[in-house]
Design a protein around this ligand. Structure first.
Ligand code: UDP
Ligand code: MG
Length: 316
C-alpha cells in the first residue's frame, strides 16, 4: 500500500488542531488503497499546540510531530515536514481547515494520472478584504511578469507531490525560503485544480498586511534580479538625459552668458537624484541582506522534540 504523508505546519493552533485531525480522518477513512501519516510541525507555538499534538499522537498511531525550539516560520516548518517524510506522496496543507481535506481524492487522482504534483488555487476569496485581494492580485501579476517562476493567481500552499518532487525541493537548501516559488522552480508537471476558499473558523490569521508585503518582497527578490536591472537601466537613462541637459546648458552659457537664476532647477535635480540614489541603494541592500543571511549557512530550523524515530516510524 502506498504511504501518503500529510505535512502540517502549526503555529498557535491548539483550538483547531483536534478538529483538523478528526475532520481529515473522516476523509481518509473513505479513501482505500493508501496509508496516511500526519507529520505535524509545531513552529514554536506559544500556546498548548505541542501538548495537543502529544495527545493526538497517543490517540492515533499515525500522528507524528516535530517541535521547533522557537518560531522559525511556516516555510521552515514545511521544510522540516518534507525532510521527515518518507511517503510515496506528500500532502502539504494548513492546520486551520482553510484547506479542505475533502479535496484529497481529487488530488490523489491527479498524481495517479501521472502528474508529479497536484496543487490548488483559490476560486473566490471570500472573507478577505478588498485591500488584501488587491495586494495579492498585484503580487501574482508582478511576480509572474518579472521572474522565471509562473503560478496562477490565488495559488496556495496546499498540494500533493510525488516523492521525486519532494526530494528535488529538499535539495534547495536556502534559509530564506519562498515555497510558492520553490515549488514552481523545481519544475515537473503540475495539475492545478480550483477550490473554494473557506473562512478560518477558529484562531486567527498569522499574517498582517505588512507581513504580506514583506512576503511579496521576499518572493520577488528570491527569484528575480529584475529590480537590479531596473535600477541599472534607470541610472543609464538619467545619465543620458543629464548629459543632454549639460550640453544644452553649456551652449546656452556660451551664447547668452552666465544666467544666475536656476535655483528651482538645481533643487529639483538634487532632490530627484537623491531619491533615485536612495532607492537604488535600498534595492541593492535588499539583495546584499539576502546574500548575508545565506552566507551564514545557518540551519533552516532547530528541533527540540519529536516522536519520529527513524526505526519505528513505519510501525503504526
Ligand atoms: N504557520 C506556521 N508558522 C508561522 C505562521 C503560520 O507554521 O510562523 C502555519 C499556521 O499554523 C497555519 C499555516 O501556517 O497552519 C497558515 O497560516 P495562516 O492560516 O495564519 O495563514 P493564511 O491562511 O492566513 O495565509
Ligand atoms: Mg489560514
Amino acid at each position: 500500500m502506498k504511504l501518503i504523508d500529510i505535512v502540517v505546519p502549526c503555529y498557535n493552533e491548539e483550538e483547531v488542531l483536534p478538529l483538523f485531525v478528526s475532520e481529515t480522518n473522516t476523509v481518509i477513512d473513505t479513501i482505500s488503497g493508501y496509508r496516511f501519516r500526519y507529520i505535524l510541525v509545531n513552529d514554536g507555538s506559544r500556546d498548548r499546540t505541542l501538548d495537543v499534538m502529544k495527545t493526538l499522537a497517543s490517540r492515533y498511531g499515525n500522528v507524528k510531530y516535530i517541535s521547533f525550539s522557537r518560531n522559525f516560520g511556516k516555510e521552515s516548518a514545511m521544510y522540516a515536514g518534507l525532510s521527515a517524510s518518507t511517503g510515496d506522496y506528500v500532502i502539504v496543507m494548513d492546520a486551520d481547515l482553510q484547506h479542505p481535506p475533502a479535496m484529497f481524492p481529487q488530488m490523489i487522482d491527479g498524481v495517479e494520472e501521472g502528474y508529479d504534483c497536484c496543487a490548488l488555487y483559490r476560486a473566490k476569496q471570500e472573507g478577505e478584504s478588498r485591500l488584501r485581494r488587491f495586494v495579492s492580485k498585484i503580487f501574482f501579476s508582478f511576480q509572474n511578469r518579472i521572474s522565471d517562476v509562473k503560478m496562477p493567481e490565488g495559488a496556495v500552499d496546499y498540494r500533493i507531490m510525488s516523492r521525486r518532487m519532494v526530494d528535488a525541493i529538499l535539495r534547495l537548501t536556502e534559509v530564506q525560503r519562498f515555497s510558492k516559488g520553490i515549488f514552481c522552480w523545481v519544475g515537473f508537471n503540475t495539475k492545478w485544480i480550483e477550490y473554494k476558499n473557506v473562512e478560518r473558523t477558529v484562531g486567527t490569521t498569522k499574517w498582517s498586511l505588512w507581513g504580506l508585503f514583506k512576503y511579496a518582497l521576499d518572493g520577488i527578490t528570491s527569484f528575480s534580479v529584475t529590480p537590479l536591472r531596473f535600477i541599472a537601466v534607470l541610472g543609464f537613462v538619467i545619465s543620458l538625459l543629464s548629459f543632454i541637459y549639460i550640453i544644452i546648458t553649456l551652449i546656452q552659457t556660451l551664447i547668452i552668458g552666465v544666467e544666475v537664476p536656476g535655483y528651482v532647477t538645481t533643487l529639483c535635480a538634487v532632490l530627484f537624484l537623491g531619491g533615485i540614489v536612495e532607492m537604488s541603494v535600498g534595492i541593492l541592500g535588499e539583495y546584499i541582506g539576502r546574500i548575508y543571511m545565506e552566507a551564514k549557512g545557518r540551519p533552516i530550523y532547530i528541533v527540540s522534540e519529536t516522536n519520529i524515530d527513524d526505526r519505528s516510524d513505519y510501525n503504526f
